[in-house]
Design a protein around this ligand. Structure first.
Ligand code: GCO
Length: 255
């Protein structure tokens, strides 16, 4: 047993939505800390490319293609993990989508798609993982929220509602499962350089506004999330529960 509290050797981590972007970078960070990684996505080509990318740095990752919004798919995926002896010790609920338009123009179907992908999936997958973690008496769940878990801006209402829900789902999971040996916490990225935010990065007016709001005066880099993910996945955070760590360049601290 390593005396390094950040060592994840011997642990299995499932990261949803990890074929690219923040999910991939967090999965890579957990792997570099010693965890056995299960990459998830719905695009087999992207999953295989992500797996190959990790292999190039000597990391052997598994892949599991399932749709986080399809409960039957999720349950079947956990049955496969059970068969492989790979029920996760660490779950990162990262999968999410963004849809930007005035709230008055959203359809109910569009609302449900965002809520289902960004919030309900964290409940369903969290419940399936926690059933196995509770049986073992230990486990780490990391829900990926957002700066939008705390602050709203126009045109992203479903996403913001979902991410606010992620914060309170994290607290709910923590208060129900802490006595069972689980630690459940969240990471709230600020404005990060990701495909999801490309339209914002390309918008000069948005960039001017953002630079006026972020004390660090820059966009965040996806790899800047990996440290918090390793910390919350490790024994270094065994007495931390129900917390959100915001990685936002100080944006939430500023008026
Ligand atoms: C937006 C962005 C935010 C992201 C951002 C902050 O359109 O405002 O997509 O919703 O979550 O990375 O967390």
């Amino acid at each position: 047993m390593s005396d390094n509290p950040f060592d994840l050797a011997g642990k299995t981590a499932l990261v949803t939505g990890s074929s690219r972007g923040l999910g991939f970078v967090m999965a890579r960070g957990l792997a570099r800390a010693g965890a056995r990684i299960i990459l998830n996505g719905v695009d087999t080509g992207r999953l295989q490319a992500a797996q190959a990318g990790l292999k190039q740095e000597g990391i052997e990752a598994q892949t599991l293609n399932f749709d986080v919004t399809n409960e039957a798919d999720v349950i079947a995926a956990f049955a496969v993990l059970d068969q492989r002896g790979m029920a996760p010790d660490i779950l990162v609920n990262n999968a999410g989508i963004q849809l930007r338009k005035p709230l008055l123009d959203f359809t109910s179907d569009e609302w449900r798609k965002v809520i289902d992908t960004n919030l309900t999936s964290a409940f369903v997958i969290g419940r399936e993982a926690a059933r196995r973690m509770v049986a073992r008496g230990h486990g780490k769940i990391i829900n990926i929220g957002s700066l939008a878990s705390e602050l709203a801006r126009p045109t992203v209402a479903p996403y913001t509602a979902a991410k606010g829900g992620i914060k309170m789902l994290t607290r709910s999971m923590a208060v129900e499962w802490a006595s069972k040996g689980l630690q459940v916490n969240g990471i709230g990225p600020g404005y990060m350089l990701t495909d999801m935010n490309q339209a914002l990065m390309d918008n000069a007016e948005f960039n001017t506004w953002l630079m006026s709001r972020v004390p660090a005066k820059r966009w965040g880099k996806p790899e800047e999330l990996a440290g918090a993910a390793v910390f919350l996945a490790s024994s270094a955070s065994d007495y931390i529960n129900g917390q959100m760590i915001y990685i936002d360049g100080g944006m939430l601290a500023a008026m």
